[in-house]
Design a protein around this ligand. Sequence first.
Ligand SMILES: NC(=O)c1ccc[n+]([C@@H]2O[C@H](COP(=O)([O-])OP(=O)(O)OC[C@H]3O[C@@H](n4cnc5c(N)ncnc54)[C@H](O)[C@@H]3O)[C@@H](O)[C@H]2O)c1
Length: 364
Amino acid sequence: VKRNDIIKIDSLSYPVYLGDELWDKIREYLQPFLLRGGIFFLTDENTDKFCFPALLKYLPELSTYRSFSIKPGESSKEPAVMESLWKWLTESGAVRDSLLVNLGGGVVSDLGGFLASTFKRGMPYINIPTSLVGQADAAVGGKTGINLSGNKNQAGAFYDPAAVFIIPGFLETLPEDHFRSGFAEIIKSAALAGNEPWKQLRRITIPEINNIRDLIYETVKIKCSIVSQDPFDRSVRKMLNFGHTTGHALESLHNQLGMRGMLHGEAVATGMVCESFLSSEITGLPVSESEEIISVIKRFFRLQPVKEEDFNELMRLMDHDKKRTAGSYNFSLLESIGKPRINCPVDLNNILRSFRFLNKMSQA
Ligand SMILES: NC(=O)c1ccc[n+]([C@@H]2O[C@H](COP(=O)([O-])OP(=O)(O)OC[C@H]3O[C@@H](n4cnc5c(N)ncnc54)[C@H](O)[C@@H]3O)[C@@H](O)[C@H]2O)c1
């Protein structure tokens, strides 16, 4: 994928564009709304500063517009923020055929997507993701939502954007730790796909911004293809949860008061270490392949151990996870690299062993 390419992925019911020169495409989408219900921009304080001005530079006809800017980070995915967003739209005269533009990372697209799904029972929105997590993952697939009292994604909706515009150039201002965080989903989808995507990933270290375009393209293509087969997460889409059952619990744990927060990607990467272990125990992932996955993860992430005294709290947080079914915990695991298996019941004892395995790996 070259800087000037414009790529369109068409496997979903809405177009996903990738390229650094998407301004005319975006203009086409926005034009009708200038006359219709108007356009409303949602940003966070960072994307407002670093990304919104670029958008206005290329689309000067929008320069009379202001954005609503939330505080950056996971703490904005909460009901109180949602309430202020509903009020903002109402007070600014938004109507059902206004357009919401989410310009930001996964927090902005999760929150903004849910806002769009509920405002006047549903208004159209587009995503212009600006973080690597957003571009490689969160902006496509229509999962939107907020956290409740720190528990991840407890309220939300499946609600598709009208279009997604992925502009890798925005990543230039993304802080290094957030750039790194985006690799978790890239590693995950390559492990699910196997073959070429995995071979390609095995070779790279933190790449230059130039070949990040290829990695985003591969990752989004894989996600779109899986989501198109199961938009509502009832069957095959669940394979995208590899690393997430443990990951979401870790993310919630670390975001609690008094702890250093854990970025989404860090949590998913750590979760994949635990779930590679579970895959070897339960679905027959060869130990050599588990080691391969873990060594790729360790190239991008410094693993943090979990304290024994936090094990109970982690299990409690997993109880909140939507993937739980009665009796045991429900995971998406791997039989081998390139061969995922969904709906794998795992008992408490094995989960605790996976935490201890992580602790061993984080020292190695
Ligand atoms: N809906 C989904 O399918 C899905 C998938 C994956 C993740 N998520 C969600 O996404 C969230 C994590 O997303 P994230 O990592 O993008 O977090 P984020 O939205 O908080 O963005 C990360 C940080 O980077 C900053 N930032 C973003 N773009 C920037 C840019 N171009 N320049 C400078 N700074 C920039 C943000 O202000 C923020 O501080 C989590 O809540 C996770 O649950 C959702």
